[in-house]
Design a protein around this ligand. Structure first.
Ligand SMILES: [Ca+2]
Ligand SMILES: [Ca+2]
Length: 112
């Protein structure tokens, strides 16, 4: 995802639930939260933490994160999204938390 120069730009984490539902005809929920990698919440992106509901038959969802634009040259930076606490289903056996990573690509000419 490209950082941008001002305001915020939406970036998306795409989730696909491939685990087991306790009851296929009922909803399932998971909690999610962003976490700093080398990117910093409040400076590089806006932290989010919420609960996602997947209704019967739904397996995919997109979680939007606002990336904060600037004109400062800086290295590309990473942030994580943790997904945990499934209710009404479970992840792969033995898995309690899933983590995805995205990279904010600087577009201001950082020279390493
Ligand atoms: Ca920029
Ligand atoms: Ca920048």
């Amino acid at each position: 995802m490209i950082e941008g120069d001002k305001g915020t730009t939406l970036a998306y984490f795409l989730l696909e639930f491939t685990g087991q539902r306790d009851h296929p005809d009922q909803w399932l929920s998971v909690d999610y939260a962003t976490r700093d990698g080398t990117a910093t919440a409040g400076e590089d992106y806006i932290a989010v933490a919420d609960t996602l509901i997947l209704y019967s038959g739904e397996t995919q969802a997109a979680i939007a994160v606002e990336v904060i634009g600037d004109e400062t040259p800086e290295p590309d930076e990473t942030l994580y999204l943790d997904v945990f606490n499934p209710i009404g289903g479970s992840f792969r056996e033995g898995v309690l938390k899933l983590t995805a990573v995205r990279t904010i690509l600087d577009d201001d000419g950082w020279i390493a």
